[in-house]
Design a protein around this ligand. Sequence first.
Ligand SMILES: Cc1cc2nc3c(=O)[nH]c(=O)nc-3n(C[C@H](O)[C@H](O)[C@H](O)COP(=O)(O)OP(=O)(O)OC[C@H]3O[C@@H](n4cnc5c(N)ncnc54)[C@H](O)[C@@H]3O)c2cc1C
Length: 495
Amino acid sequence: MPRYKIAIIGGGISGLAAAYHLKHARHEFKIFEAAHNVGGNVRTLPLDVGGTSRWVDLGVNDFNKNSYTNLMRVFTQLGVEYAPLEDTISYSNIGPTGELEKPLIGFTMDGRWGPKPPEGVVRGTNMFGDAIKKFISEPPPGSRYWTVGEFVKWAQFPQDFIRLSLYPRINAMYFAGNIKPSEMPARQVAHYYFLQEGYGTRTKAERQYWVGGATKWIDKLAAYLQKDLPQVIFKGVKAQFEITQDRRIIVYTTPAGAPPDTKPQQEIFDKLILAVQARTIENTYSRKEQIPGTVKQVGKAISYEEDEVVVHLSTANMPPDPNTWRTYNINIFPDQDKGQRYNINYWINRHQNDSKNPSYNCQSSEFREHTYTPQYFLSLNPLNPIPDICRLKSQPYGNCTMFKFYHCRLNMDATKAQDYLVPLMMKGIDNVYFTGGYTKGAGLHEECWISGTEVAKHALSPSHQDPHQYRMPTDSSDVDEHVSHIAPEYMLDLI
Ligand SMILES: Cc1cc2nc3c(=O)[nH]c(=O)nc-3n(C[C@H](O)[C@H](O)[C@H](O)COP(=O)(O)OP(=O)(O)OC[C@H]3O[C@@H](n4cnc5c(N)ncnc54)[C@H](O)[C@@H]3O)c2cc1C
C-alpha cells in the first residue's frame, strides 16, 4: 500500500480523529489549526472562584460512557480520566426578561427537594425510551423525514410531557437554535436522545465529564499524536489550499491574524482532510473555481447560528428557589412551539466539578447546609444578558469567560444533505475528504470521531465502504418506502 502524505485543516475533534487513524496506519500527516489551541468547540477555562481554583467547560462538556464505544476505547488507551456527572434537570418558566411568568411553573425531574414533576411528565418520560427504540429499530413506514410533531402524534405522548419537558428540552439543545421543536427532524432528535442520554438503548446512560475539563482529554490526544514524530501539529496557522493538475494538494499557510498581504508558506501533500465547519469550507479553497458543486450545495443546505456562553455569578437566570437548582436548568417558554432561541443554565457546582477539588463535597446532597461555598453558573445563549460585573474572568484567555461559538442548525435541509450529499464528500472529491460535526447526526463527540475515522479510511483506501453510512436511495421513490433502517449500524448495536 502506498504511503501518503496527508494535510489536515482543522484541529477540532473530527480532524484529530482523522490524525489518530493516520498515525495508527503509519502515514505522514500534518494538522493545521487556526486557533492557538486545538480542540475547536472543546474549551475549558481555569477560574478563581472565591480563592479556590476551579474550571468550567464552555463547549463540549459530557459524554455517555455506554454509547460512546469508539471514544471509550481511545480514553482507555490514553488513560483519560472521567467521572460520573450528576445528570439532573429542573424546569421553570423564569421568563425571557428574567421576570417570572404567571402561573409559576417549576419542578425537578428527581423531585428530591423541589416540586415533583406533573403526572403527565412522568408518564411521558417513562414512554419515551420505548418510543425511541421502536422508532429507530422498526421505523414506521414513511417516517424517514418525519418531524417531531409527527413523531409525538404517533407515540401518543401526554400533552404535559410534550409541553413541559420534551419541547423545552429541544429548545435548549445546542443544535436547535430558533427552529420550532415540532418542526425538527424526528430522526435527529431521536438519535440525540439515544446516543447522549441512553433512551431506547439496552443500558441506561452513564453520563460522564472529563476530570479537570474536556481540554484535558484533547491535550492527551494531541500529545499522543505528536509522540515520536517530527512536528505534526501547527497551531495559530490559517490554511487554504489548491488542487494541482495531477490532483496533488498545495496547502498555503499564514499565521492567524497576519496582514492580508502576508506571503503564505506552501507545502505539497498527496491528499487533504478538510475538518472545518461547513460554513467555512468554501473559504479554504484558494481558487474558487475549484469548489465542487456538491460542496456548494451543502454550504447552502447547512446553516449556522452564532451563540454565546457566559460564566457568571448571577442567579437571575436560575429558578427562584435554590433548592430546585440542578445540573441543567431549562427554561419553559410561554409558547413552547414558537422556535425561540434556546436558553439553558448549568449550575456548575453540581456538574463540571472535579472530585479532587476541595470544594466538591460541599456541593453535593447537603447543599442546603453549605451555601457558603461560591456558586457559579454557565448560561448558554443567555436571554437576559449577564451584567459585566457578574461575569467571572479567566486570565489565560484575556480575562474573557464569554465564548462565541457556531453550531449548525439541525433542520430538515441539513438532514437531507447528510443523507445524500455529505457521503459523497466524505468519500473524497479530487483527493479532498470532508469531515466535521455537520457530517453525522447532531455532531456529538462520538459522531465526530466516527466521521473523522471514516474519512481517514477513505483517504487511505478509495474503495473503503463506510459501515456507518445511511443507505443511499437508488431513485427518489426509494426514499420513504424501502429504507429498512433509519439508524446507522453503530446505533443499532446499542439496542
Ligand atoms: C456549545 C456546544 C456544546 C457541545 N457539547 C457537547 C457535549 O457535551 N458532548 C458532545 O459529545 N458533543 C457536544 N457538542 C458537539 C461538538 O460540536 C462536537 O463534539 C465537536 O466539538 C465538533 O468538532 P469538529 O472538529 O467537527 O469542529 P470544530 O470543533 O468546530 O473544529 C473545527 C476547527 O477548524 C479550525 N479551522 C477552521 N478554518 C480553518 C482554517 N482555514 N485553517 C486552520 N484551521 C481552521 C477551527 O479553528 C476549529 O478549531 C457541543 C457543541 C457545542 C457547540
